[in-house]
Design a protein. Structure first.
Length: 126
């Protein structure tokens, strides 16, 4: 129902041909292509992408306390990868396994290049 244009003409147009009002909400083919190509470009993982907990910053490696904390963080991420894999194969969790259910991988530590729906980048810039 049109609610941005609170005019009698807009309401009358909606009542006479509601499908036209619904179709006017969709993107034009040119707009759709622009959105799709932008989303694809922003969703792609680069082959040289750096992931969280992968490598410490060079300045961190010099300080024993910071380097120790980073190693602890890195090991915890490896442990979380194992937890995610275990839950993805646990048949008691019906939302994780079964016909047509994709494994949960959004918070996996790293990803292959391309659009994979997994991996936590070290930083994001758009």
């Amino acid at each position: 129902m049109p609610n941005e244009e609170k005019t009698y003409e807009a309401w009358k147009s909606f009542l006479s041909r509601p499908e036209d009002e619904i179709l006017s909400c969709y993107l034009t083919p040119t707009q759709a292509v622009t959105v799709l190509t932008t989303l694809k470009a922003l969703s792609n993982h680069s082959p040289d992408e750096e992931y969280i907990g992968q490598e410490p910053e060079p300045s961190w490696a010099e300080d024993e306390v910071i380097n120790g904390a980073f190693k602890l963080f890195h090991n915890r991420l490896l442990e979380l990868d194992g937890i995610i894999d275990a839950r993805n194969t646990n048949h008691n969790l019906r939302n994780r396994t079964g016909a047509g259910v994709m494994p949960y991988e959004f918070l996996k530590r790293k990803s292959e290049p391309g659009i994979t729906s997994k991996g936590i980048p070290n930083s994001v810039s758009i």
